[in-house]
Design a protein around this ligand. Structure first.
Ligand code: UDP
Ligand code: MG
Length: 320
């Protein structure tokens, strides 16, 4: 199989017929062996019935139905798990992404990239509630993850199979797939894509998403930089705070013991004790983290590195 298109669907009944027609139209001319995987994320409307009818008529359609609403990230993850294509494309099920952009993404992958990410350069959504927070979030994500894209939130993306097989998604992490994938050494390119206003159905998100994205960003940053060496981040801060507290405490001890200064009216003493406590706690946290890291990698028999190629050695089972 050449291509799998993964589409999360949550209460999109009004869009499904047109969606299937558009995607099929865009893929038919490419001459590829393809499948379209619809993941029904616990829709409460007619979405599943409509998808069922499509699956009956069209052998290219695969439908995965969730038992309840698990969220867009989980739906995309399930799509990856059920996909068989060498290339996996993800897109929204509300017709805001244009399936006619898929060939552009595939061309980028043919240039040797592992991920081609869509950039909605002319995004058709409300300014205050959607575009502005998204612009700020995009800048923040770009600075922090050091994977520089204009638009992380665009679902229209194409991946090589190895990429989707090597990553696990939690929370609201689908927008961080490029950042997580850069952690496994993926080469990423950006492609300007068309974006259309939503004409049917309702958006599933509001402003609250921004907060969740920022929290997930903290997790991603940690996983990318310190997940194999937590003591180096917690331990460092522990040494700094603990050290400061200790110095301060020494000053007070010196004043009390040798200069006879009474300490009763010195609030800084409390600060010194507090800093020393925090320092010890942070170092302990780092040590616990080190234990966790070992459990994490060794229970999954996961190496702490990823190999792209080995020359002059026969491939080992499980490697490429
Ligand atoms: N979606 C989903 N599960 C959810 C929320 C959304 O599968 O819990 C799907 C939704 O059906 C759509 C896509 O994710 O295909 C993007 O959702 P939406 O259009 O509401 O997001 P926006 O484009 O407004 O960011
Ligand atoms: Mg949308």
């Amino acid at each position: 199989m050449d291509l799998s298109v993964v589409i999360p669907i949550y209460n999109e009944a009004e869009n499904i017929a047109a969606l299937h027609q558009e995607v099929t139209g865009a893929l038919a001319d490419l001459g590829l062996d393809y499948e379209i995987i619809y993941v029904d994320d616990g829709s409460a409307d007619q979405s599943f019935t409509l998808l069922e009818a499509i699956a009956k008529d069209d052998p290219h359609a695969v439908v995965v139905r969730f038992r309840r609403n698990f969220g867009q990230t989980a739906a995309m993850s399930a799509g990856f798990d059920h996909s068989r294509g060498h290339i996996v494309v993800t897109m929204d099920g509300d017709l805001q992404n244009d399936p006619r952009d898929i060939p552009k993404l595939l061309a980028k992958l043919n240039e040797g990239y592992d991920i081609a990410a869509g950039w909605r350069f002319d995004r058709q959504d409300a300014f205050i509630t959607r575009k502005l927070p998204s612009q700020l979030a995009n800048r923040l994500i770009s600075r922090i993850t050091k994977v520089h894209l204009h638009d992380y939130g665009c679902t229209l993306k194409a991946f090589r199979r190895e990429v989707v097989e090597n990553i696990r998604l939690y929370g609201e992490m689908h927008r961080f797939i490029p950042a997580i994938a850069s952690g496994v050494g993926a080469r990423i390119a950006e492609v300007a894509v068309n974006h259309r206003p939503r004409v049917a159905g309702k958006s599933k998100y509001g402003l609250g998403r921004t907060v969740r994205v920022v929290l997930d960003l903290i997790t991603v940053k940690f996983l990318l930089t310190y997940s194999t060496r937590p003591i180096q981040i917690f331990g460092l801060w522990g040494l700094i705070t603990g050290g400061l507290g200790f110095l301060l405490a020494c000053c007070y001890a010196f004043q009390r013991l040798f200069l006879g200064v009474p300490l009763g009216n010195k609030p800084g003493l409390l600060l010194a004790v507090f800093l020393m406590f925090v320092g010890v706690q942070l170092i302990t946290l780092g040590l616990l983290g080190e234990l966790q890291v070992r459990t994490y990698y060794e229970t999954q028999a996961k190496p702490t590195y990823l190999v792209r190629q080995v020359l002059n050695r026969p491939p080992v089972p499980g490697g490429d």
